[in-house]
Design a protein around this ligand. Structure first.
Ligand SMILES: C[S@@+](CC[C@H](N)C(=O)[O-])C[C@H]1O[C@@H](n2cnc3c(N)ncnc32)[C@H](O)[C@@H]1O
Length: 265
């Protein structure tokens, strides 16, 4: 048996064991980064429950849902709740609609043709002009995993405003970042953070990157700016920030930094 076939059969066997058969996309379709697709999804299911108080009856919004990495492990958790995922990459949304919504109608996926130099070069709408297609105060939990690490400051600011609008009072938002603070900057400057994580090129205002030609490939943000922005919008930090290993830290919870905020009320 060839290696390719062996890998395929092993994946099917694993998916059957985990109960997610047919929902996990083949490697060739995955555009959301390296690493174990299923393991990372399961990791964030735990973080959403433990850190953002996700419950089986929660109303959830996944901004930048990609190709279902976070949605798949939530399908057997959100029993009476509802999930909405929005993204700008058509093939990811189509996959999720076909493979997830058909089995779990309480999971919806919506695509918008928003420009991003990394993910949707030909997009017609600017993220800073995009209104999330939901009414005010709709969600208990909003989350963004590895999304604000691919967006420019004016777009991020507008998305934060939209998050504040669609969260219910008391609702939580979990966001992953690459945060520039004294510790991470020292590690970056010392060359401990390597490859794309060497975010030492200034982009604009609070944003830094390792790839000035396409800053959306990896975008890091100054921590103080991020926290001020959330505070201005009535999104209060739920400390502690769980710092990640991305810059070469020795103690961490995840790869990226995890910030949880709560809407006042
Ligand atoms: C690294 S992937 C992460 C995907 C997903 N959150 C996950 O963890 O599997 C970044 C995602 O952000 C999406 N994205 C980039 N800009 C966006 C925007 N303005 N609005 C919504 N999604 C966006 C990309 O299309 C891509 O799916």
């Amino acid at each position: 048996m060839g290696l390719k076939r062996y890998r395929y059969l092993a994946r099917i066997a694993l998916e059957s064991l985990r109960g997610n058969r047919g929902m996990v996309p083949p490697e060739s379709m995955i555009f959301v980064g390296h690493g174990d697709f299923v393991k990372i999804g399961n990791e964030f299911r735990t973080h959403l429950i433990d850190l953002a108080d996700l419950r089986p009856d929660s109303q959830v919004l996944d901004v930048g849902c990609g190709i279902g990495r976070m949605a798949i492990p939530l399908t057997d958790y959100l029993t009476t709740g509802e999930y909405a995922g929005i993204d700008i990459v058509e093939k990811g949304i189509v996959w999720c609609q076909r493979r997830i919504t058909t089995r779990f109608p309480n999971f919806r996926f919506i695509r918008s043709d928003i420009h991003n130099k990394m993910y949707n070069k030909r997009g017609t709408t600017r993220a800073r002009d995009y209104r999330f297609p939901f009414e005010d105060n709709r969600f208990d939990v909003v989350f963004l995993t590895s999304v604000f690490t691919h967006m420019l400051p004016a777009d991020l600011e507008h998305y934060a405003d939209e998050i504040a609008r669609v969260l219910k009072p008391g609702g939580r938002c979990l966001v992953t970042f690459l945060l520039r603070n004294d510790e991470s900057t020292a590690l970056v400057d010392a060359g401990v953070a390597q490859g794309p994580m060497a975010v030492n090129q200034h982009v604009d205002g609070p944003a830094w990157t390792s790839d000035p030609r396409t800053p959306e490939a990896v975008t890091a943000y100054e921590e103080g700016w991020v926290l001020d922005l959330f505070a201005r919008l009535g999104l209060h930090l739920q400390p502690p920030i769980r710092y990640g290993s991305w810059c070469g830290r020795k103690e961490f919870l995840s790869f990226q930094d995890i910030v949880v905020v709560r809407k006042a009320g």
